[in-house]
Design a protein around this ligand. Structure first.
Ligand code: SF4
Length: 369
């Protein structure tokens, strides 16, 4: 059974194992249409990255398998309950405060050298930094999911996905009514249009859904998941809703819905792997943030434990990526990861916002009291 949640294992290679599962599925043609050569290359890369992280660990450096990079706060949509806008509201002259394309690329290359296996390109809307996305696509071997609202995709981006390791992940909220209800009229049809185009060209792509109390029943419906398979997706990300916007607590999953979301067997017959975030954190010994599984890089370069915890004590604007990995705040969070298991509201770290804020020197947003 392949379920891209996390298995009971202490090793930080959890993500590495799951990503290789994805390529193993690709071999059977069950998850996308990759050439055997591309699959072999990808699995070799993952193994190389595993040993690079093991070497780093020997000298006391915790290198995360996964780096989530928000390329910008800016977005051309204004979705209800948007995390990015709630946690990282617009800044005066914000474009100027974002890291340059050269600085991002230098950090990405350093991250790969240290052993990072995958870089999630996120935002805001990452395609508002199209040149940077095109440059990142030239990075060899690495898996680059591009989390996009789909409105800025065009033939050139589809061509890029066809030849490089960019994997477009289109954000939807369920069926048309749910997606357009949160994101705006026509967004769902736009996403489906590009899914059909990429399917017809046998390109690897995926979808991502934010799972709330209002769309959980649709998102976990077998018929809906089969419809996504028909659309040709190669991977599905399900992100449990975190009430970062005050007054949206009604969107938190009920315990019954969360239990249903974290039952891997329901996805076992699907033709694509499902990644549930944060999934059942207890299953892997507590929170995976702060480098245990992943780290977040903000548009301005702040290295943060998690996209849902916008607190930081070091910036990659004036430190190397390696230096930021030794941040005292990240080390303090890792030391207490076994306490970070309360996931009601989708994020244990968010639930401890007050404690995290006390550790950080350059926090960006209000802490959950
Ligand atoms: S597309 Fe994403 S970043 Fe943009 S407003 Fe919607 S949720 Fe926020």
């Amino acid at each position: 059974m392949i379920y891209m949640g996390i298995v009971k294992s202490e090793s930080a290679d959890l993500f590495n194992i799951r990503i290789s599962d994805f390529f193993e599925m690709a071999k059977t043609g069950r998850a996308g249409k990759l050439s055997p050569g591309r699959i072999a290359e990808a699995i070799l890369f993952l193994r190389k990255q595993t040993s690079r992280r093991a070497v780093a660990q020997k000298r006391g450096l915790v290198v995360p398998p996964l780096l989530i990079a928000s390329l910008t706060r800016r977005c051309n949509l204004n979705c209800a309950g948007c995390y990015s806008r709630a946690l990282r509201p617009s800044l005066p002259g914000e474009t100027s405060q974002e890291l340059s394309d050269d600085r991002f690329m230098a950090l990405f290359e350093e991250a790969v050298e240290l052993g990072v296996s995958s870089i999630f390109l996120a935002g805001g809307e990452p395609l508002l930094r199209r040149e940077l996305v095109e440059r990142a696509a030239k990075l060899k071997g690495i898996f680059l999911p591009l989390f996009t609202n789909g409105t800025l995709i065009d033939d050139a981006i589809v061509d890029l996905a066809a030849r490089a390791s960019i994997v477009p992940i289109l954000s939807i909220e369920g069926e048309e009514r749910q997606t357009d209800g949160r994101r705006g009229p026509g967004i769902h049809a736009g996403a489906l249009r590009w899914m059909k185009e990429m399917k017809s060209r046998k390109i690897i792509f995926g979808a991502s859904l934010t799972i709330t109390s209002q769309n959980a029943d649709i998102a976990l419906d077998a018929g809906f998941l089969e419809a996504l398979a028909e659309l040709g997706i190669s991977v599905l990300f399900m992100v449990e809703y975190v009430p970062v916007s005050q007054g949206t607590e009604n969107l938190i999953l009920s315990d019954e819905q969360r239990d249903r979301l974290n039952q891997p067997e329901q996805f076992s017959r699907l033709s694509f792997p499902v990644v549930v975030l944060p999934g059942d954190e207890q299953a892997y010994g507590g929170c995976l943030a702060a480098g245990r599984g992943f780290l977040h890089l903000s548009p301005e370069g702040r290295v943060e434990a998690c996209p849902f915890a916008p607190f930081s004590d070091m910036s990659a604007a004036d430190h190397s990526f390696e230096e930021t990995l030794s941040s005292p705040m990240l080390a303090a969070i890792r030391e207490r990861h076994s306490e970070l298991t309360e996931t009601k509201g989708g994020c244990a770290l968010w639930n401890k916002g007050g404690w995290i804020a006390s550790l950080s020197v350059c926090s960006g947003a209000r802490a959950k009291s």
